[in-house]
Design a binder for this molecule. Structure first.
Ligand code: B3K
Ligand code: ZN
Length: 884
């Protein structure tokens, strides 16, 4: 527990030292009981340091454990032989080779932090990453200590018929008193964070997969009884992921069985424990009537992500937690590629960039800003961030762009081959990429060590006489928390130059003998560079940062006409979409000025006509049309203003949506009707794209606020065709404040009150409503019988949604939203520190707002910091946030 007078220790990357002892083998025995589980751990240990300088103590991590006994080589140790610290057990002077048996007791039913061994809906399960294993038994709980696990589980057979752990099942049988046991053995050495145990009364859904080398792998999904039918999509996704990883990365699965367990109480999405993934049930269970298309896509992505970790994370793991992005950035890149191949590449890219620009950029400019490979942390759980995951994936994507597909694959093969069974660093990853390709990534490595979002300012000039076209490119990176000076990054800038017909021109840089292609990647490596292209007749329109080839802010002063031209002509789908976003942002910024000066706003012609053209263009993929017609999020627009006024941004965005809806009313209705799907229900990418566009049309139409469109939404709600359509209609009714919302919300509740995942949607749709006064409703919902504060999904769906996905109401000028958030952080701090800390991030953005809001946000941060027993998690974020 921490406070400002006794701050917790900061851990630094520079202090890393290799472990002193090797654990040759670990044998665990669990005697499970809800309140008193006994864990017997037998470790075979050998010293791994130069002993000429004297004997070093063996340090085992442990937290919240009741120590029963310690035996060294069959000798019971006394208090003189060991020391107990707050979170460690030290064996004072052990021999070079020995066996240690440690018996501890824990109380899984009291574990509301959901880290270590805990109970969820009557079942036992574990979450060990990052440092949860130390809450199970004393052990060197660090990722560079790998060992072979044998796990024996003993439990009451009637209550816990299913007993699971990592690896292969060795043995199982009956014991006295109605108990039974199972013994699991995992032949692959692994760090403790990948350990898992599950016990409970669960139904198994079985399938199998034959690997490329012809081995049969049993697939088993464990879910609550009654949910078996909801696993089809997840099982099929897993098989697609297994096949894809063989094809694209040459990675084959290694054990005889792959198990996935769905649990209701889980702090994050899922966990890649070796051979025994534990999943938040929201990323396993999916059926069209109860899950939206987005849920389907996410299930496939998360199933893929955890599966891909079997190589990028498990077979090759991290040396220390500073290297987290080694496995997470790479694995996110892999899952993004997988989703792109399974759905639509451009749509996937756009969605990923939205997350990056809408959230990661803020993180990188805020008080928690850290490099992809952080230098220090207080609580590692606070570093499972968008920077480590999503920016980390962008870093891997840039390597892919720089090396090209074939060399990247060679690099990845070399990395897996060279480091199989090892715990390594991001440097090792880069070295493998360099060695396999011959590329020099020495400057590129700065992406791992420097925080902040680089800004690229491009000025162009055209010399008509000589037909020279010059791009003058400057790069800089603003100072960030803890880093004031930055060296230039190596930025791959993918680009093309378009002629008046939108055709890309052959590109020949001054000094080159001949033109080389119509698209190329410019290597930006200095703070200022010039690129002069020759033989460019007449002045082209530049298409820069194609596919968002680097996680940077590009500043290029394109006119409205040029943006409109790119929207209609750029051959790069991403840039075509982005031109529309840029034009929308420009229009919204102008509207903000208009609003400020009290003038009457008008709808921008260029934007409106581009909207109309895109809406009626049947040659385009409907999913891409939906992306193009979605205005930039309020949070993204906020990036472009000095002082954020969330109410003004909301008003402007709403004004624009309503005006576009009025201007294109007929076309929106027509497109809505045309896109009505009467055929058999499908969740393939094309059908999803059609529903996405149809529902977007509806969301515009309800802006008109008349009976006709409200009936349209109500009809769609009542037709009850799929959760996608029902939720879109319900959202439209609730968010437009329509009178029908109340009966719709009750009907929905009655229909779905037994399904926790659907009920989460019911809470979330209310919490995200922009209607004034919604906070009172949210407060009332916190007293609802179905609001359980020990269930992270429920807390996220209500409290999290209000604070993170409802900017206009959360940032109410009277500070009510901030107070509400702080109340909940304080409440959750002792129950579940990880969840409490995660919710804090909006308060850390206080610098972006006016003085009144700044004070209101800071006073809530100060109030949190006054709490007597703050968790490390909350302390770190609150104290860094207050400092700004
Ligand atoms: N590796 C886990 C995340 C663990 C989070 C610990 N606080 C899931 C994933 O990224 O696949
Ligand atoms: Zn991961």
């Amino acid at each position: 527990m921490a406070d400002l007078q006794h701050p917790p220790k900061t851990i630094y990357l520079k202090d890393y030292t290799a472990p002193d002892y090797r654990i040759e083998q670990l044998s665990l025995q669990f005697e499970l009981s809800e309140q008193e589980t006994t864990v017997t751990s037998t470790l075979t240990i050998s010293a791994d340091y130069d002993q000429s300088g004297g004997v070093r103590p063996l340090r085992l991590d442990g937290a919240d454990l009741q120590l029963i006994s310690i035996t060294l080589n069959d000798q019971l140790l006394t208090e003189a032989d060991y020391s107990l610290e707050d979170e460690a057990l030290l064996i004072n002077s052990p021999p070079a080779n020995f066996t240690l048996e440690v018996i501890t007791r824990i109380n899984p039913s009291a574990n509301t932090a959901l880290e270590g061994l805990y109970t969820s809906s009557g079942n036992f399960c574990t979450q060990c990453e990052a440092e949860g294993f130390r809450k199970i038994t004393y052990f060197p709980d660090r990722p560079d200590v790998l060992t072979v696990y044998t796990t024996r589980i003993v439990a009451d057979k009637a209550s816990y018929p299913v007993l699971l752990s990592n690896g292969n099942l060795l043995e199982q049988g009956e014991l006295d008193d109605g108990r039974h046991f199972a013994v699991w053995h995992d032949p692959f050495p692994k760090p403790s964070y990948l350990f898992a145990l599950v016990a409970g009364d669960l139904a198994a859904v079985e399938d199998s997969f034959t690997t490329q080398s012809g081995r049969e792998v049993a697939i088993r999904f464990y879910v609550q009884h009654g949910n078996e039918a909801k696993c089809d999509h997840a099982v099929a996704s897993l098989k697609r992921a297994m096949h894809w990883d063989e094809q694209m990365f040459g990675r084959e699965y290694d054990l005889d069985i792959y198990m996935v367990v769905a649990v209701d109480d889980f702090n994050m999405g899922a966990m890649e424990n070796k051979g025994l993934n534990v999943f938040n049930s929201c990323f396993v269970l999916a059926q069209p009537e109860s899950a939206t298309d987005l849920d389907f896509v996410r299930v496939e992505a998360v199933i893929g992500h955890e599966y891909f970790h079997n190589w990028s994370g498990n077979r090759v793991t991290c040396r220390d937690w500073f290297q987290l992005s080694l496995k997470e950035g790479f694995t996110v890149f892999r899952d993004q590629q997988f989703t792109a191949d399974m759905t639509a590449r451009a749509v996937k890219r756009i969605d990923d960039v939205r997350v990056l620009r809408g959230h990661q950029f803020q993180e990188d400019a805020g008080p928690m800003s850290h490099p992809v490979r952080p230098d220090s942390y207080v609580e590692i759980n606070n570093f499972y961030t968008l920077t480590v995951y999503n920016k980390g994936a962008e870093v891997v994507r840039m390597i892919h762009t720089l090396l090209g597909d074939a060399s990247f694959r060679k690099g990845s093969d070399l990395y897996f081959e060279r480091h199989d069974g090892e715990a390594v660093t991001t440097e090792d990853f880069i070295a493998a990429m360099e060695d396999a390709s011959g590329a020099d990534l020495s400057q590129f490595k700065r992406w791992y060590s420097q925080s902040g979002t680089p800004e690229i300012v491009v000025e162009r000039s055209y010399d008509a006489e000589q037909m020279h076209y010059t791009l003058n490119v400057k790069q800089s990176c603003p100072p960030t928390a803890g880093q004031s000076e930055k060296q230039p990054f190596h930025v791959p800038l993918k680009m093309a130059l378009l002629d008046t017909d939108g055709e890309p021109l052959p590109l020949q840089l001054k000094g080159e003998a001949e033109a080389g292609g119509i698209e190329r990647v410019l290597d930006l490596t200095e703070s200022e560079q010039q690129f002069t292209f020759i033989n460019i007749p007449p002045e082209p329109v530049p298409s820069l940062l194609r596919g968002f080839s680097a996680p940077v802010k590009l500043k290029l002063d394109l006119s409205d006409q040029e943006l409109a031209f790119l929207m209609g002509n750029d051959g790069d789908d991403f840039n075509r979409w982005d031109a529309g976003q840029q034009l929308s942002v420009k229009v919204m910024l102008r509207l903000l000025q208009v609003l400020k000066s009290g003038l009457q706003p008008t709808l921008d012609d260029a934007l409106s006509s581009a909207f109309g053209k895109t809406l009626t263009d049947h040659s385009l993929d409907p999913a891409l049309v939906a992306e193009a017609l979605t205005l930039p999020a309020e949070g993204y627009v906020a990036e472009f203003v000095e002082v954020v006024d969330p109410q003004a941004i909301h008003v402007v965005r709403e004004y624009l949506r309503r005006s576009l809806a009025f201007a294109h009313r007929e076309a929106l209705i027509k497109r809505y009707d045309e896109l009505t799907d009467d055929g058999p229900y499908s969740t393939d990418a094309a059908a999803m794209g059609r529903r996405r566009l149809r529902n977007l049309c509806m969301s515009y139409l309800v802006e008109l606020g008349n009976d006709e469109v409200r009936n349209m939404a109500l009809n769609q709600f009542q037709r009850d065709q799929s959760m996608t359509d029902v939720m879109a209609a319900l959202t439209a009714l609730v968010h437009s404040g329509s009178p029908e919302q109340h009966s719709a919300l009750s009907a929905f509740y009655e229909r779905w009150k037994e399904d926790p995942l659907v009920l989460d949607k019911w809470f979330a749709v209310q919490a995200s409503s922009p209607i004034p006064g919604v906070l009172d409703q949210v407060r009332a919902l916190t007293n609802h019988d179905d609001f359980h504060l020990t269930n992270p999904n429920r807390v996220r769906s209500l409290v999290g949604t209000f604070c993170m996905r409802n900017p206009v109401r959360f940032h109410e000028a009277n500070g009510s939203g901030y107070r509400f958030l702080a109340d909940w952080v304080i409440r959750l701090n002792s129950l579940n520190p990880q969840i409490a800390a995660r919710m804090l991030s909006p308060l850390g953005q206080w610098r972006r707002y006016d003085e009144g809001r700044q004070e209101a946000m800071k006073s809530q941060l100060a109030r949190i910091l006054e709490e007597p027993s703050l968790s490390k998690d909350v302390f770190e974020i609150a104290s860094k946030s207050l400092k700004g």
